[in-house]
Design a protein around this ligand. Structure first.
Ligand SMILES: [Zn+2]
Ligand SMILES: [Zn+2]
Length: 816
């Protein structure tokens, strides 16, 4: 692992021996058929055939191949040394096993100590490889055709055996995990090597069309996963595991993590959801530390007056209320010398449009105040100092006299969005302020990001430290960040045919840096590293996380203006929202509607009396679905928690904070409308499926170990559907709390995304209650659970077997 970067002063911490006797070292005779030369069969490489037997001790598994040590040495020889030697050979670089071995660093000489694997030489060799292959004018396509099967081979083994966490239990995956007698340290180096060689090939131009943002290898290091779990929220680790490749895992595992106090707040989190706990009653509006806070610092705001012709404001709260009543945005201007806060108004229509900076902060950092529109004076000093130091072209110098200012104020939700406290007038003003939030960020001259975690380091820190800080920051995981970062410039007039460039600044301990500048730094760094033979995914992935807010979504948005096309935004927004969260669920739809440009007023006007946050959030989601109206047909197979109301049970309840989302199972392009059919409201879809009834006394899904088996009768399929290589479909349900109707007359249905045809293959499915025959050609289907349908040749004994015909792929279902 010596070829991958680590934070300053951290030594490589994955120590790997190579214990194979010299006679068993890689023979240099070719990578792909090495197992064959060693007498391994395909089935043995897979640890036995798990499509027919569930037995881990399958006689065709590893046992036949020798001891655990011997099996481990075989895989290390093949997938580490074999891959490395053969890859370099293609570029005319000839190396031997010894080139990557060093003596164990122990006291004195001990010939019995195994050699240690070391990849320090790899970057230099990769440079030679690139130069050689370029100078030789190697045929790109031919080279890639030689390399691809090697990487695919390595991937197939690593993906199969190296899956930490949820994937082992994941009910909807295709293959059962198998035990592998290879130590975590050793498999980690195999993953790192496969990753680095593949990236070297990609970045030297030997590549077909791949998505550079998604790690190709699914295999993950269990060791690094465990290290990350010790210092981060488990849900955030799931996201990092999914989005980053091993270079990112390795660097983050060696970087600072959360404090113990912070980790305590995450103690209930799961791999799927962050359940950060914060007692609102315990929320403390914090004073700023040194050098801002002084004894005698006031926690309340002394109002200076209004910068404008209006008079008669009694205090700050009165002033912002009056400004909001006019449909304008209140701006705060703090005069350091006189210790007074002045109000300024920004008119959405008309000519009063003063420049201001919108502050985007992390609520948990203590800049909020649930009780009043005020923050301590030291915070006003601090924020004003930061605002004064945001530089853009044409900004005038800040006057030295503390009683003067350049007139650039700021907007901060804590003091600019009224706190209602049950006051009906304030409540109306608050709704208005929220409805105008979109404009607050889009009209700001700059958005300044304040996050304590980011402010702990200076902008001159090593670039990977900045990358990891940003990637793990709370700011990037906030729901509102999404809106704040996304909206600047979006509804502003086009400049030379392009959207106005977003000016978002991140505050570090020494100064703020514009996001675009950071992105350029990441890219420059990436290129510099490539030039010394180090190939990374981490900076690209961190960049992507920023880009998704600032470019990708904006690009998609710019092509969607019509209300009838809004459905196209649902999936990209869902994707970007899955790793974000908010302390109030009801905010979700407001934010979602704002981003995709749907009027938020109807959502704010839904009755909220005596409703919990959760209930109101569901009401708003339901209205949102009504408003969007059109959806991708395959949405019914999504694996989210779904809405709990009749007609809407096919729809995700929330798009937020779900780290293992699968909105769509495939590439089905068809759309459908949310409509009323045969007197019922639902989503009308067309898919193949089965109808079944369980004889009285026999168990239904609910009691039968989460599934059933359908005997597939080729002859009974009158629709002449696809030929299926296998006799049974196992219908497996994930753990859920569906209560199935215990009635022998009840008809159940399984709706399949497609018909899996090969033995061992599976597809997404949904299970629910159905009408026994179609009305006007349509079955009515009450969605109860998602499921997987897998083709097998023998039926497991743990479930019921029913024999029913397969309904044609154009069968119509109203999913409600
Ligand atoms: Zn958490
Ligand atoms: Zn203070």
């Amino acid at each position: 692992m010596e070829h991958l970067p680590l934070p300053d002063r951290v030594e490589p911490f994955i120590i790997v021996p190579y214990e194979a006797p010299k006679k068993d070292w890689y023979d240099g005779q070719g990578f792909l058929d090495y197992p064959q030369r060693c007498g391994w069969t395909e089935e043995q490489l897979r640890g036995g055939d798990d499509t027919t037997k569930e037995d881990y001790l399958d006689a065709n598994g590893f046992k036949k191949r020798g001891s655990d040590d011997e099996v481990e040495q075989f895989f290390q020889t093949w997938l580490f040394f074999g891959l490395l030697i053969e890859f370099l050979k293609i570029g005319g670089v000839h190396v031997q096993t010894e080139d990557f071995l060093v003596d164990a660093n122990t006291e004195g000489d001990n010939p019995d100590m195994p050699k240690m694997v070391n990849t320090s030489k790899l970057p230099q060799l990769l440079l030679e490889w690139r130069d050689e292959i370029t100078n030789r004018g190697a045929n790109t396509e031919r080279t890639w055709k030689i390399l691809t099967p090697m990487f695919d081979r390595s991937k197939s083994i690593l993906d199969r055996y190296c899956m930490p966490g949820h994937e082992k239990e994941w009910p909807l995956k295709q293959e059962k995990p198998r035990p592998w007698p290879v130590r975590d340290e050793i498999s980690t180096t195999m993953i790192a090597l496969t990753f680095s060689l593949r990236r070297a090939a990609i970045e030297s131009g030997y590549i077909d069309n791949v998505d550079p943002l998604t790690p190709t290898l699914h295999g993950r290091s269990e060791l690094l996963w465990k290290r990350l779990q010790q210092k981060w929220c488990i849900a955030d680790v799931t996201t990092a595991l999914k989005e980053l490749a091993i270079d990112g895992h390795y660097y983050l595992a060696a970087s600072p993590g959360l404090s113990n106090k912070e980790l305590d707040h995450h103690s209930k989190c799961t791999e799927e959801h962050c359940l950060y706990e914060y007692d609102l009653k315990m929320y403390v509006t914090r004073h700023a530390g040194s050098p801002w806070h002084h004894s005698g610092c006031k926690s309340t705001i002394q109002y200076g007056g209004q910068l404008g012709p209006e008079r008669g404001q009694t205090d700050w709260v009165d002033a912002i209320g009056k400004i909001i009543d006019k449909d304008a945005i209140p701006i705060a201007l703090w005069v350091k010398g006189s210790r007074e806060l002045w109000s300024v108004e920004y008119h959405l229509t008309g000519n009063r449009k003063p420049n201001y900076v919108a502050i985007s902060h992390v609520w948990a950092d203590g800049h909020g105040n649930p009780n009043a529109n005020s923050i301590p004076e030291c915070q006003l000093d601090r924020i004003t100092h930061y605002v004064e130091n945001v530089h853009w072209e044409g900004r005038k110098p800040i006057p030295g006299n503390p009683n003067l200012s350049d007139g650039i104020g700021f907007w901060l939700d804590t003091i600019c969005v009224p706190v209602d406290k049950g006051d009906p007038i304030k409540k109306v003003q608050k709704k208005k302020a929220i409805a105008n939030m979109r404009h607050v960020y889009s009209r700001a001259k700059a958005v300044l990001v304040l996050d304590n975690w980011l402010e702990q380091i200076s902008s001159t820190h090593p670039i990977l430290d900045i990358v990891s800080r940003l990637y793990q920051s709370n700011w990037i995981k906030r729901l509102w960040t999404h809106q704040e970062g996304f909206l600047p410039g979006l509804d502003a007039p086009l400049e030379e045919g392009l959207l106005r460039t977003t000016r978002v600044y991140i505050q570090f301990s020494d100064k703020s840096v514009e996001l675009d500048e950071l992105r350029e730094q990441f890219e420059t760094y990436q290129q510099q590293q490539i030039n010394v033979g180090i190939h990374l995914q981490f900076p690209v992935a961190a960049n992507a996380r920023l880009l998704v807010m600032y470019s990708r979504l904006k690009f998609i948005m710019s092509g969607v203006k019509d209300m009838k096309d809004k459905w196209k935004l649902y999936a990209p927004v869902a994707d970007a929202m899955s790793e974000r969260k908010t302390s109030r669920l009801v905010d979700e739809i407001i934010c979602l509607a704002t981003i995709i440009g749907i009027d938020v007023k109807p959502f704010l006007e839904l009755p909220d009396k005596d409703k919990s946050d959760e209930e109101l959030a569901q009401d708003r989601m339901a209205l949102f679905l009504d408003t969007v109206h059109t959806f991708a047909m395959q949405l019914v197979f999504n694996n989210y928690q779904r809405l709990e109301r009749i007609g809407y049970r096919w729809a995700p309840r929330s798009l937020l904070n779900f780290r293992l989302p699968q909105l769509y199972p495939g590439r089905d392009q068809r759309t459908t409308n949310f409509q009323v059919v045969n007197g019922k409201k639902g989503l009308l879809v067309q898919y193949p499926g089965f109808l079944m009834q369980f004889d009285s006394g026999r168990p239904t899904f609910g009691t039968s170990e989460r599934g059933c088996v359908i005997k597939y009768n080729q002859k009974s399929d009158k629709s002449q559907g696809p030929r299926v290589d296998g006799n049974y479909f196992i219908i497996e349900l994930p753990p859920n709390n569906v209560r199935w109707t215990e009635s022998s007359s009840q008809v159940y249905a399984v709706v399949l995304y497609e018909v899996p045809t090969k033995r061992g293959q599976s597809c997404a499915a949904i299970v629910g209650l159905s009408t026994s025959s179609p009305a006007n050609g349509i079955y009515t289907f009450e969605h109860c659970s998602i499921a997987t349908a897998r083709v097998v040749s023998t039926a497991p004994t743990w479930v019921d077997v029913v024999e029913v015909p397969l309904l044609a792929s154009n069968t119509k279902w109203l999913v409600y």
